[in-house]
Structure formats: structure tokens, C-alpha cells
Design a protein. Structure first.
Length: 116
């Protein structure tokens, strides 16, 4: 019997400053940023599904995500693109195939928003 589940538990994102990143991601996702920072370097963003953990202990320039490892879902890709643009977030692609676009967080991690 295999003891490993076919389930993703958490996604880690390396960040240089966990407090600033917490505020940035929570603002982006419309979530309160009043949760506890754990052990001085971890912040769990409660998501619908797999949670995201911002971790300043694993941050280095070599660990910055150079390609999206996951995407945030949206029901309206055009509205999401405009929202990100209006927030001044660095967009690294236009809307591709009417379905997705990429952007960077404060540390330059590449992330994606995709229509579901």
C-alpha cells in the first residue's frame, strides 16, 4: 500500500519580506491580512482548496519562481487583467488565447491567472 496521497497540501512561495508579501497577496485576493505570522517567517493564505504559504526562510534570488507553478482562477479574465493593471502590478503577458495571463509579485515570482 502506497502511503503517499495524490493530493497537494500546500504551495510554498519564497518571499523576501513575509509581512509585506502577506499584505500584498491579501490585498490582491481581497482577504484580511490579520492572520498570525508563524515562526517569524511563514504566513498561510487561506484559500478555497490548496492553501498558499509565504515563506521568507526559503527566499533567495535563485528560488524566485521563474515560471508559474499554479494559477489563480477567475470567472472573468478581462476584468481580472484590468484589475491587475489598475493596481499597478507588473503584468508579464497580455491575455493569451482569451484564457490566461502572467504577472509578478513583489519579489519577481511569476504567477498566473486563468479563466476556469
Amino acid at each position: 500500500m502506497n502511503p503517499i496521497s495524490n493530493q497537494v497540501g500546500t504551495i510554498f512561495i519564497p518571499v523576501s519580506n513575509v509581512e509585506k508579501s502577506r499584505d500584498w497577496y491579501c490585498d490582491l485576493l481581497g482577504l484580511p491580512s490579520d492572520g498570525e505570522i508563524l515562526f517569524g517567517h511563514l504566513y498561510v493564505i487561506p484559500m478555497n482548496g490548496v492553501d498558499i504559504v509565504l515563506d521568507s526562510k526559503i527566499f533567495s534570488k535563485d528560488n524566485i519562481l521563474s515560471t508559474p507553478l499554479f494559477h489563480f482562477n477567475t470567472n472573468n479574465i478581462e476584468q481580472s487583467y484590468t484589475y491587475m493593471k489598475n493596481k499597478g502590478i507588473e503584468l508579464t503577458t497580455e491575455i493569451e488565447h482569451g484564457h490566461w495571463f502572467n504577472f509578478k509579485d513583489l519579489d519577481g515570482n511569476h504567477l498566473m491567472i486563468c479563466a476556469c
